[in-house]
Design a binder for this molecule. Structure first.
Ligand SMILES: [Ca+2]
Ligand SMILES: [Ca+2]
Ligand SMILES: [Ca+2]
Length: 267
């Protein structure tokens, strides 16, 4: 009877797990959590590995660099850029690397490059933050421009909704782009008015990941430079992922069997 019970529990667990995982992204983002217009919606992010490449696929309605009119007024059009992709090697909110989504100025660099290049991977200078009340507040946080910086350049006192102090684009870098190969492309999904498409970012793992790295890798991206929607989350990275998965499953089985054995002894 106990064996039958365990078998039924496993079957029930399997029924919950299998259909759900087929519908999920690696990192899900809620629907309807954007600020401003629905075009800024992000649905989620898929992270996969192909050989030595890390592939990040961001599913969103915002293809970037669109003229946005939030009020209906004829003089209120402005070009809204996306954020850059942030990569954190230990799952915290310090993003050591970034992939630039457009060519934009860096924050008053004292040396090195003065602007980013689209599709390139950068090592971000996390030692630099800058607070400027007249620009709207915290305009650089740990090497990243915040939404306050873009709010200032969008007109400062404009009454548009935006997310304050969110890190959005690379502001300070430690040097020129990280040598190696990286790429960025927008892939439009035609025929679906509710889902525009996805960005595909490909970076070479050895360009930024220490040898034998194992642990969390965090990702973060904002669909607009005012952080209109943000997707963020971590993945577990291990050089050899299969044994880790098996170990996790094994622990689950042992725990379930132990639970089944204990119950009769209480009587
Ligand atoms: Ca969303
Ligand atoms: Ca970090
Ligand atoms: Ca979000």
């Amino acid at each position: 009877m106990k064996k039958l019970f365990v078998l039924l529990m496993l079957l029930a667990a399997g029924m919950f797990v299998v259909p759900g995982s087929a519908l999920c992204y690696t990192i899900d983002d809620p629907t309807g959590d954007y600020t401003g217009l629905p075009v800024f919606e992000i649905y989620g992010m898929d992270v996969t590995r192909t050989g030595s490449n890390l592939n990040v696929e961001i599913h969103t309605d915002y293809s970037g660099q669109q003229w946005i009119n939030n009020t209906g007024g004829t003089s209120d059009n402005w070009l809204v850029q996306t954020g850059d992709l942030g990569i954190s090697l230990d799952g915290d909110d310090t993003y050591e690397y970034g992939v630039a989504f457009w060519d934009h100025a860096l924050f008053f660099p004292t040396s090195g490059p003065t602007a980013t290049q689209r599709g390139h991977l950068y090592s971000v200078d996390n030692s630099y933050s800058y607070y400027e009340p007249s620009y709207g507040g915290q305009v650089v946080y740990k090497g990243w421009h915040t939404s306050d910086w873009y709010r200032f350049w969008d007109g400062g006192s404009a009454p548009y909704n935006y997310n304050k102090t969110k890190s959005v684009t690379i502001a300070r870098v430690t040097s020129d782009p990280v040598p190696g190969s990286s790429s960025l492309e927008w892939r439009d999904v035609s025929g679906d008015s509710n889902y525009q498409g996805n960005f595909l970012i490909v970076v070479t793992l050895t360009d930024f990941l220490p040898e034998d790295f194992a642990g969390d890798i965090g990702f973060r991206w904002a669909s607009g430079s005012c952080a209109n929607d943000i997707v963020e989350g971590d993945i577990k990275y291990a050089p050899v992922p299969e044994p880790a998965t098996m170990l996790l499953l094994g622990c689950g089985l042992i725990g379930l069997a132990g639970f089944g054995r204990k119950r009769p002894s209480k009587k």
